[in-house]
Every structure is written in C-alpha cells, then in structure tokens.
Design a protein around this ligand. Structure first.
Ligand SMILES: Cc1cc2nc3c(=O)[nH]c(=O)nc-3n(C[C@H](O)[C@H](O)[C@H](O)COP(=O)(O)OP(=O)(O)OC[C@H]3O[C@@H](n4cnc5c(N)ncnc54)[C@H](O)[C@@H]3O)c2cc1C
Length: 347
C-alpha cells in the first residue's frame, strides 16, 4: 500500500469501528496457546474501552474452537468452517479475514506472532489502508476518547522499546509474541454469540495446495512447553546439556538455554529464551547456571514457578525465583534427576 493511497483514505470513519478481534490460530483443531493469551489481553483492553471482544476461527471441523474462544473470554465468535479451509493457506484465510473485518469492523485486530500469524497479518495488511505493528511484546489501549492501541516492541537491535501508534486508520493491527500475555482462567459458564460466516467458493481459489505435513522428529516448541529445563554459561560446555535433557525427559519437559550458551555454540538458537530468543510462559522452569540478566528474565519471568540453581548467592536470578538452590549444579542436578526418576517410576 503506497503512502499516497494511505493519505487518500478519509479519517472520518474511525468511529464506525468498535471492539477487539483476535484471530484464533490452531493446528489440526488444537488451538495454539497464543490465541487464548491474546484473548486474555484482548479482554483486559476491551473492558478498558467498554467494547466487545471478538474472535475469528477459520478451518474445518473447528466448531469446538468457537466454544473455547468464548470460554477464554470472547463475547462474539465469527467462524468460517469448510473443507477447503482445512489447511492454512495465505489467500483463502486472508480472504475470509478481510470479509469478516469488513462485516465486524473491529477497531483492533490481533494475531499471534507465529510463522502463520505473521504470514496472515502481513498479507492482510497489504489489502487494507492501515498499518501493522509486528512482533509486539506489550499491548495496551488509551481509553476514551482516543481509543488508540499502544503496540510496543523492541527496536534498534533490541536496544530500546518503541511504542507504535496508528492514529488515523482502522483497524489497528498487531502481531504479538507467544508467551507474553496471560490467558484468562477458562470459565465454562461463559456464554457468547457464535456467528457463522458463509463460505464463498472464491475463498478457496488459489494456486497452492498442501500435499503433506512432515513433522520434524526433534522439533523444539518452547512456546508451548509446560516444563522447561534451561541451562547457561555455568554449565561450562555442551556435554552438560545431556544432564538437562535427562531431567527434561524425566519430567516430560523441554530444554532451553540462555544466549551465552547459544553464542558459545553449545545449543541451537531455537532453544534460546529471552529478548532475542523465545518468550515462554511454562508452568515450571528450572534455570541452572544462568545469572539472570534482564535480557534473559524478560523472556521467562511470567512462568508459574521458577527454580534457580546457581553457586553465587548474589546471582540476580534469585530475585525472581520462587525457589532458589545455592549450590554447584554438577552436584544438585544429578540429585534432582534421581528424585524425579524415582517419583515417576523411571529409576
Ligand atoms: C541486545 C541484547 C539482547 C540479548 N538477548 C538475550 C536473550 O535473548 N537471552 C539471553 O539469555 N541473553 C541475552 N542477552 C545476553 C545477556 O545480557 C547475558 O549476557 C546472558 O543472559 C548471560 O547468560 P548466562 O546467564 O548463561 O551467563 P552468565 O551471566 O555468565 O552467568 C553464568 C552463571 O552461572 C553460574 N555458575 C557457574 N558455574 C556454576 C556451577 N557449577 N553451578 C551453579 N552455577 C554456576 C554463575 O554464578 C553465573 O551466575 C542479550 C544481550 C543484549 C545486549
């Protein structure tokens, strides 16, 4: 969309737009956690604005997701359910979104900053005379009268936070990182409106089709992990990550790392937690040999429980840990592994 085109758009129709809409992402009918996290933050912002919270579910045999969106905070759920929408493809999904946005007129639209969410939001933004703030780590709204979305994200090589505003055009759109926001407690007594969006044949007209999905056997999904065992420079080398993996296996967890461990080449970048890595929100994270620099903690501080193992009692990680073990990880970890295996009947 050129700047010239943007300037031609009238700014007077802003008041026609109301409410916050979250595009629900799923794989094979299982929602990505980020969808419910965005509904949680969307609920808080919608209440501040006195506006409805909407969700959009696209796919095949996904009616249960519409109900789940209500349980996690949505007032109205738009659903387009058709065999042609079984697999995510950019064009069909963006056509459905554009039609729903035209009908629902949300003032704010949120997507997960996942591979799919980024692709979809970017494609939609090229069709709308508005902007898109990508990869946000904080979202808020100014209340009446401006009702402006405050979309914040790291900028300038992550050295500062920028808050980006879209003052003149609607909807205001953003993608937000998984793990940053807290989902609401599910409330099965909540009720909401489900609006069926008719499927039009042209939605499915596209040159691409999905032939197969090949799942990587060792794919790492820190964002969705409930238990993370993370290691840092204190491990002293790559081989000690084997100990972390042993504990992760005993607890059905996933191994994560600080940037120091990644930069040293001990583990792949996809395991990195923090400002320039993944933002995680597990039920439990064990941080071993990690000092607790702010660039690391910003990516994991919202875990339900943080256990830190560090030989330095002054390590900053202890300031955010729920439980701290001051000691040598080479002695502590084997004991925890042995106990975990015993309790799970693996010893
Ligand atoms: C722009 C920018 C972005 C960044 N992004 C990230 C990011 O995304 N993620 C990230 O992690 N960092 C990031 N960093 C780097 C960050 O500032 C820290 O340098 C890094 O987190 C340190 O990693 P660490 O805690 O593993 O290592 P250290 O800070 O060196 O800490 C090692 C810890 O191990 C402990 N230790 C040593 N031996 C033992 C032992 N035997 N038993 C128990 N404890 C032991 C030590 O007491 C120490 O506390 C970023 C920096 C910048 C400038």
């Amino acid at each position: 969309m050129s700047v010239e085109h943007l300037e031609k758009q009238p700014a007077t129709s802003i008041s026609d737009y109301e409410g916050i809409l979250v595009v629900v992402e799923h794989r094979g009918g299982t929602a990505k956690k980020v969808s419910w996290q965005l509904l949680g933050q969307g609920r808080r912002m919608a209440d501040k604005l006195g506006a409805p919270l909407m969700a959009l579910v696209i796919g095949h045999q996904v009616k249960h997701l519409a109900q789940e969106a209500v349980v996690f905070g949505a007032d109205h759920v738009y659903i387009c359910d058709n065999e042609s929408l079984n697999d995510y493809r950019t064009k069909p999904y963006s056509r459905v979104c554009l039609d729903v946005f035209a009908q629902a007129k949300p003032e704010i639209v949120l997507f997960g900053a996942t591979a799919t969410g980024r692709d979809l939001a970017g494609a939609i933004a090229t069709h709308l005379p508005t902007g898109l703030t990508a990869d946000c780590t904080a979202l808020d709204v100014e209340p009446q009268p401006s009702r402006i979305l405050l979309a914040s994200r790291p900028a300038f090589s992550e050295k500062m936070m920028a808050t980006i505003l879209c003052k003149k055009y609607r909807p205001q759109m953003a993608t937000a990182r998984p793990g940053v926001f807290q989902a609401l407690q599910r409330d099965d007594t909540r009720t909401g409106n489900v609006i069926h969006v008719p499927f039009h044949d042209h939605y499915g007209e596209t040159a691409t089709r999905v032939i197969d999905f090949i799942t990587e056997v060792n794919s790492i999904n820190l964002e969705e992990a409930d238990i993370i065992i993370a290691g840092g420079r204190g491990l002293g080398g790559p081989e000690v990550f084997g100990l972390l993996q042993e504990l992760a296996d005993a607890l059905d967890g996933t191994v994560g790392a600080s940037r120091a461990a990644v930069d040293a080449g001990w583990v792949m970048h996809e395991r990195q937690i923090g400002q320039t890595g993944q933002t995680v929100r597990p039920k439990l994270i064990i941080a071993a040999g990690i000092s607790g620099a702010v660039q690391f903690t910003v990516g994991m501080q919202h875990a339900d429980m943080i256990i830190a193992i560090n030989k330095d009692p002054e390590a900053p990680i202890f300031q955010i840990a729920h439980y701290g073990i001051v000691g040598d990880l080479f002695k502590v970890l084997p004991e925890i592994i042995a106990e975990a295996k015993k309790r799970r009947g693996l010893a």
